[in-house]
Design a protein around this ligand. Structure first.
Ligand code: ADP
Ligand code: MG
Length: 255
């Protein structure tokens, strides 16, 4: 199962991605969380200290040179070992009697932030790893994207099972969500759910072309608002059962 999260900046993509990854791992799945947003915040949202974050792939000039080259670029390198090699383990709380799954974090980094080498070589490596994860990886893969869905690309989208389009209950944010939904549908990704985050109750949504028709409402959590003054982690909140119910609804909407 491969799920991507997209939407405008600041709407809650990283938070929902961290919640769903933790929920699935506690329920026995092996999960790879992929931070494909240049802000690189998924690790800390998942409870990792800043100092323990893995090096982003885009900063690994050695790997870029080795797999892609610098003159003639190899656009189809073998990257099957990289998800294991570059990811770090995140702790998973034991839940119930069943098997507890695993959770790993892989950070992609930004092309513009790539070292001295050619940005196109870094881009080629990032694309290859994302394509490998989406098309061949057997674990559950959750990808926290930058605002658009463009960098998923046509080839990669084939492997994506579902898209969570995150939005605040505001016109501007929903307009972005509608654009993301329409673009993803054009790429062939029709299994989509709109997560309306931080609404009061279940707000009535405007009728915008492209907005996913399946909707999950996510309440604003006072516990998270209080917590985030001191900590970046969005896990282990007292609202855990409510968050798990949101995650279950997201999975149902995408099934
Ligand atoms: N349901 C919620 N209730 C309270 N705070 C939230 C909620 N969802 C997200 N936040 C907070 O909003 C901010 C932006 O969320 P984030 O997940 O980083 O957005 P994005 O990844 O889309 O930029 C963070 O500080 C996060 O803790
Ligand atoms: Mg984010």
């Amino acid at each position: 199962m491969k799920i991507a999260f997209a939407g405008k900046g600041g709407v809650g993509k990283t938070t929902l991605c961290a919640w769903l990854g933790d929920y699935l791992a506690r329920n026995g799945h092996d999960v790879i969380l992929v931070d494909a947003d240049t802000a690189l915040s998924l690790g800390q949202a998942s409870g990792l200290d800043a100092g323990d974050l893995p090096d982003p792939l885009s900063a690994r000039e050695d790997l870029i040179r080795e797999r892609i080259g610098s003159g003639f670029l190899s656009l189809n390198p073998d990257v099957s070992d990289l998800p294991d090699e570059l990811s770090v383990n995140l702790p998973v709380a034991k839940a119930g009697n069943g098997r507890t799954g695993t959770k790993r974090l892989l950070t992609m980094g930004s092309i513009t932030g790539a070292g001295d080498g050619c940005a196109c070589a870094a881009n080629a490596l990032l694309k290859s790893v994302l394509a490998h994860l989406m098309l061949r990886e057997r674990s559950v893969v959750l990808v926290d994207l930058e605002a658009g869905v463009e960098h998923l690309g046509r080839g990669t989208v084939e492997g994506v099972d579902g898209l969570v389009v995150v939005s605040e209950p505001s016109r501007r944010s929903l307009e972005t969500a509608a654009r993301v939904g329409a673009l993803a549908a054009e790429l062939g990704l029709s299994r989509q759910v709109l997560a309306v985050n931080r609404g009061i109750g279940e707000p009535r949504l405007p009728d915008l072309q492209g907005l996913p028709s399946a909707v999950v409402h996510v309440p604003a959590l006072a516990s998270l608002t209080a917590r985030q003054l001191d900590q970046a982690s969005v896990l282990g909140l007292e609202d855990g059962p409510g968050i798990d119910a949101v995650c279950a609804r997201l999975m149902l909407a995408l099934s």
